[in-house]
Design a protein around this ligand. Structure first.
Ligand code: ZN
Length: 330
């Protein structure tokens, strides 16, 4: 079984090597390196060295598009949407939202370049982390309740081609279906590049992924020819009520069932950020980790290493205790 964590924020190979050696001593055998637009622009060779140091130590090595275009998860800015505001998702009133549109050809070309760069780092897996359409209320409380994305020129054109009529102004089931179709098509294009390069594809969907985020039908995704691993992140602090065990079990069953049905691997992420220093927290980490291991997933990761100690905006109150609890539970 893979036992891993996400790793970020350190771009000095000597420091990274110290951390990797420690992770190996702590029993990990997999590592995810975040690869943001900033990394791609300024640290490409450094990142190749970091991935190589991970491969040399026998880790299964993942790379993810951290915050790229702001359509993937991550604490990273997107220069692309700042430089190319015309590529952003649009709500019906025409305002441009804080993420690029999956149907924008310029953005797709930009992500193809990212993908080629990422596979060039020589990882084992590209990890498509929480690909999503934005929800308008995330960025602006004043949005009307029925605001939706995306009604940019490229989406309208594509909708007209596929449905042989203009895109509606009000969101309906065909729009919701269109979002899913568009996101799956985008992923298919990028995953084909990864597949062609002999690298594996993993896709992580948030457990609440639905028509608003883009992908309702996880089986359509797992039936894709290029996907190798299906992942979800049942972060109980964000999504669950008190029943952490049941919430995690549901996610474990979902990914293991889909993996078995499609000959894929399965993965669960354990919350390691934003946690209080309470005994309940450590019980939840043990419950989630052990539930994933006993549930038979192929891979368990924590987001992120050392309880996110180095990202103050999301760090856990006692990150070292969070990390140690995870390691012990594995
Ligand atoms: Zn659009």
């Amino acid at each position: 079984m893979e036992r891993g964590a996400s790793y970020f924020g350190v771009r000095d190979l000597r420091h990274v090597e110290n951390d990797l050696d420690r992770f190996a001593d702590e029993g990990l055998n997999a590592i995810l390196h975040t690869y943001s637009e900033r990394d791609q622009t300024f640290y490409e060779e450094t990142m190749a060295d970091i991935v190589a140091a991970s491969n040399d130590r026998g880790f299964t090595t993942y790379v993810n598009p951290w915050g790229v275009g702001k359509v993937f998860g991550g604490e990273a800015f997107s220069q692309f949407i700042a430089k190319h505001p015309e590529t952003r998702q649009r709500i019906v009133g025409g305002s441009k939202e804080h993420a690029a549109c999956f149907n924008n050809p310029g953005f797709r070309a930009f992500v193809r370049e990212w993908t080629e760069s990422a596979v060039g780092l020589n990882p084992d897996v590209i990890f498509w982390d929480e690909p999503h359409w934005i929800l308008p209320e995330w960025f602006d409380d004043d949005q009307p309740d029925d605001a939706w994305v995306c009604r940019c020129a490229h989406c309208r054109e594509r909708y007209r081609r596929e449905h042989d009529r203009p895109m509606p102004v009000s969101e309906d089931d065909t729009v919701r279906q269109f979002r899913e179709d568009s996101l799956l098509d985008f992923l298919d294009e990028q995953m084909a590049i990864v597949d062609e390069a002999g690298v594996d594809n993993a896709v992580c969907l948030v457990p609440v992924s639905d028509a608003d985020h883009g992908i309702t039908d996880w089986e359509r995704l797992t039936a894709n020819d290029h996907i190798d691993l299906i992942s979800t992140d049942p972060y109980w602090g964000l999504f669950a009520d008190d029943d952490v065990e049941g919430f995690v079990r549901e996610s474990v069953e979902r990914v293991t069932d889909l993996a078995n049905a499609n000959d894929l691997r399965s993965q669960i992420w354990i919350q390691g950020f934003g946690l209080d220093d309470e005994e309940e927290t450590y019980e939840h980490i043990r419950t989630a980790t052990q539930g994933s291991v006993e549930g038979g997933v192929d891979s368990v990761f924590m987001w992120g290493y050392d309880g996110c100690r180095s990202i103050s905006s999301i760090a856990s109150e006692n990150p070292d205790a969070v990390w140690q609890t995870y390691l012990d539970a594995l």
